[in-house]
Design a protein around this ligand. Structure first.
Ligand SMILES: Nc1ncnc2c1ncn2[C@@H]1O[C@H](COP(=O)(O)OP(=O)(O)O)[C@@H](O)[C@H]1O
Ligand SMILES: [Mg+2]
Length: 367
């Protein structure tokens, strides 16, 4: 299938500093792709270039196979068939809800009326048709903005952190509602966000961005469960890191041996595991469970702190073998007292082994 939107190798520098570097990504028809990354990594710049309010220095963008931007082509923003939605979605205050939604529509009065009605029904606001924006709540205004953006049937919706101005309490509901309306309209969506939960909740596909580059693109499940590197893993949750060095494709640790395919002898590696994938068992007179292929070797840790944090409990350990700390989360209430010895294992199917990359920031620090 032809991608609805295809961005190929776009680069953009401001004052000699590249803020978007060789970015390529695709959005398929009817799919929601999230451009996810920390603040300042170049997400909005990328979106502005796609919308046509900024130009790339190099690269190409295609919409349904047709070039809309490259060295020789520049299709103006209003001819790209994009719908836009930003955090400050500013409705026209002097226009009614109906007129706000009808604003970008062409066609006969009857056609417009039908389309506006259809959308206001979808967002559940038909009864406010004749009201003015200030008479609606924040969440309702957001829905009007969505209806307005969708009204001309854009080929793709470009959304830049559209939920970040909303109350936390409302946000989850509005996200889900927005998603179901977008799916119902069958619109392709490129949604920019810095929140991994939002991306996981909304996306069919996540493009993970860092320092101007896309480091990984894939289904949320894959990006979460097969991160390309330590930083990508850490972007989605707290992580534990265990260091080791490689001998004969294996790394020996207090938790047993880990496979380190492709790593040379003597290479330093980091074994990364999320807190929810540590296994915990009780101490039986100084002994832990027997090693197994699934869990490897168990190592003993002493509980430093345990807290209930809502859906789960967070337990922090000081490990006996090297004094390092590890964090584990356990569903429901599990609050062992500080000082309790427990045994910990690392699920072999849930850990990631990465080569150690030198950290520039860390080297530069004075202390
Ligand atoms: N018009 C501009 N001129 C100069 N620098 C800019 C401009 N727009 C963005 N930047 C810089 O580019 C970087 C990426 O910005 P942006 O794309 O807004 O990131 P994000 O949306 O991921 O937070 C930032 O360091 C920002 O300061
Ligand atoms: Mg931004």
């Amino acid at each position: 299938m032809e991608p609805r939107l295809e961005v190929r190798n776009i680069t953009r520098a401001y004052g000699g500093r590249a803020v978007v570097r060789d970015v390529s990504l695709k959005v398929m028809p009817g799919q929601v792709t999230c451009l996810l990354g920390p603040s300042g990594c170049g997400k909005s710049t990328t979106l502005r270039i796609i919308a046509g309010v900024d130009r790339p220095d190099t690269g190409e963008i295609r919409m349904d196979g047709t070039v809309i931007v490259n060295q020789g082509v520049f299709v103006p923003p209003e001819q790209r068939g994009t719908g836009l939605m930003f955090q400050d979605f500013a409705l026209f205050p002097h226009l009614s809800v109906f007129d706000n939604v009808a604003f970008g529509l062409t066609g006969t009065r009857t056609e417009k009326r039908l389309r506006v009605r259809e959308l206001l029904e979808k967002v559940g606001l038909v009864r406010y048709m004749d009201n003015f924006p200030h008479e609606l709540s924040g969440g309702e205004q957001q829905r009007v903005a969505l209806a307005r953006a969708l009204a001309p049937r854009p080929r793709i919706m470009l959304m830049d952190e559209p939920f970040s101005g909303l109350d936390n309490r409302l946000r989850d509901g509005i996200r889900d509602e927005t998603l179901s309306i977008l799916k119902d309209e069958g619109t392709a969506v490129l949604l920019v966000t810095h929140e991994p939960e939002e991306a996981m909740r909304m996306a069919d596909d996540i493009a993970l961005m860092r320092k101007g580059e896309i480091v990984q693109q894939g289904a949320p499940y894959n990006v979460y469960n097969a991160p390309v590197d330590r930083e990508a893993a850490a972007f989605f949750s707290d992580i534990n890191v265990i260091r080791g060095s490689v001998q004969g494709l294996l790394t020996e640790t207090a938790f047993g041996k880990f496979m380190a395919p492709g790593q040379a002898d003597g290479a330093n590696v980091e074994i990364v595991i999320r807190p929810q994938h540590l296994k915990i068992d009780f101490d039986r007179g100084g002994q832990g469970p027997a090693p197994s292929p699934e869990h490897g070797v168990w190592a003993r840790g002493i509980v430093e702190r345990a807290r209930f944090i809502g859906k789960e409990s967070l337990v922090e350990f000081r490990m006996e073998f090297d004094g390092s700390s590890l964090k584990a989360t356990v569903p429901s209430v599990f609050l062992p007292k500080p000082g309790t010895p427990l045994w910990i294992a690392i699920r072999r199917d849930r850990c990631f082994v990465f080569p150690v990359t030198p950290k520039k920031d860390w080297r530069r620090r004075e202390d």
